[in-house]
Design a protein around this ligand. Structure first.
Ligand SMILES: N[C@@H](CCC(=O)N[C@@H](CS)C(=O)NCC(=O)O)C(=O)O
Length: 208
């Protein structure tokens, strides 16, 4: 088995979290390298695109969260082998990337600008992605995004919905997903209640 090291920031969320979950669910040993923000400037130059997550596989590095998700998904049996189902899995993951990029662009703005831009996101793009993802989920039977079973797409959407509902994003109402995309919230709860996901967070002392 290859020696794996997954490097991401030291919190339970974000672009690195689906891969951490997938590897843990798959019972695949990996070094969980969590970078304190105080170390980031020093380490940034060692990454292919100046960003995290990165995955080291037997000493070789791959970047880009969805490339990592597909790779670990294959190792953990959480990525569809059927090409069409794999495309559906990718679609959901890339949609989350699209909206994540828009939200990330507001992270370090001065307060007034942040407030205005977050309000614009709450009035348009966030509900748009929530409702469209919900529609795609419904089109697949409402339980999972691909192949009728848990995949890295479900983990990525789950992490995004959890972030929205957590209150960590100022000026984004925590009940927004519940109001505009209740089926997506049911999906979030389905993933959250998956015994493998529960076991992961219990191990890390995080309330589900
Ligand atoms: N397209 C990249 C985006 C990576 C990215 O922007 N990562 C953020 C954390 S989620 C980061 O490293 N930010 C720190 C920085 O850019 O200096 C991916 O999907 O991995």
């Amino acid at each position: 088995m290859a020696k794996l090291k997954l490097t991401y920031f030291d919190f339970h969320g974000g672009r690195g979290e689906p891969a951490r979950l997938a590897l843990s669910i798959g019972g695949i040993a990996f070094e969980d390298d969590r970078v304190p923000t105080s170390d980031w400037e020093r380490r940034k130059g060692d990454t292919p695109f100046g960003a995290l997550p990165v995955l080291e596989v037997d000493g070789q590095i791959v970047a880009q969260s969805n490339a990592i998700n597909r790779y670990v998904g294959k190792l953990a049996d959480l990525y569809p082998s059927d090409p069409w189902q794999a495309a559906l899995c990718d679609e959901a993951m890339e949609a989350v990337e699209d909206i994540t990029n828009k939200i990330a662009a507001t992270l370090f703005l001065p307060e007034e600008q942040k407030k205005a831009q977050r309000k614009a996101l709450v009035d348009g793009p966030i509900p748009f992605y929530l409702t469209r993802l919900q529609q795609r989920l419904e089109a697949r039977g409402s339980r999972y995004f691909a192949a009728n079973r848990l995949s890295v797409a479900d983990l990525k959407v789950f992490v995004w919905i959890r972030h929205l509902r957590s209150g960590a994003l100022d000026h984004v109402p925590t009940d927004l997903p519940d109001r505009v995309a209740p089926e997506l919230v049911e999906h979030y709860k389905r993933v959250n209640n998956d015994p493998r996901v529960k076991a992961y967070y219990a191990k890390h002392g995080v309330a589900g």
